[in-house]
Design a binder for this molecule. Structure first.
Ligand SMILES: [Zn+2]
Length: 216
């Protein structure tokens, strides 16, 4: 089995979504006689590669700690978006034309090629995202999660459609090293009480896929 990292590193220099809290990582001094290294970390809940819980857009929606952990793991289909993009929006055709592959999958990951812009301000400008009708179609497939390599899955309406349909959203995935069409995906948030999202360490588990299937 090979584990492929689908997360971006977080540093003090990492660009964040306009208006979000800056990332601060600094050494914390412990005042006792046993010297240890400790780090004080300040992060927005949507820093870097992260998950959106329903509470991000829905008042009284579930927070990350309230979602069953099995929702963050499962067989996922990677969908290349290039031929489905109209004005940076991924059209619903991507679901229609791939329905036989999607059938039974736990998640859909949209690969737009945007990972290459990570670390630059332009990562957050004019990025590819889902069309509202595409979000509606996704909910009907019955998947548990969607993911994308751009900073946001789409408009507030796209978020609300997916999140109210019990589909959790992974954003800013690093898909630059992913060439497979079908993977086992796992990305777990910290169980932070009341948080509407959380940074995640997302991974793809490939090879021996048949063996892994018995766990989901
Ligand atoms: Zn987000």
């Amino acid at each position: 089995m090979i584990v492929i990292d689908l997360s971006f590193s977080l540093t003090n220099e990492t660009e964040v979504y306009p208006g979000d809290p800056k990332i601060k990582i600094k050494k914390f001094t412990v005042k006792n006689e046993n010297p240890v290294n400790l780090t004080e970390i300040t992060l927005g809940s949507h820093s870097g590669t992260h998950v959106d819980a329903p509470n991000h857009f829905i008042e009284k929606g579930k927070t990350v700690d309230e979602i069953h952990i099995s929702k963050f793991f499962g067989e996922a289909i990677i969908l290349e978006t290039e031929k489905y993009l109209i004005d940076n929006k991924i059209s619903k055709k991507i679901i229609d034309e791939n329905s036989s592959v999607i059938n039974g999958a736990k998640g859909l990951i949209f690969k737009t090629g945007w990972s290459r812009k990570w670390g630059q301000k332009c990562f957050y400008q004019d990025f590819p995202q889902l069309d509202e009708e595409t979000a509606e179609k996704i909910v009907k497939t019955g998947v548990n999660f969607v993911g994308i390599d751009s900073p946001s899955i789409g408009s507030p309406e796209v978020h609300r459609t997916l999140l109210s349909g019990e589909v959790v959203i992974f954003e800013a995935l690093n898909l630059s090293n992913l060439t497979k069409r079908r993977i086992m995906f796992a990305a777990f948030p910290l169980p932070i009480s009341g948080a509407d999202g959380s940074p995640v360490r997302a991974v793809a588990l490939v090879n021996n896929l048949e063996k892994l299937k018995i766990f989901c």
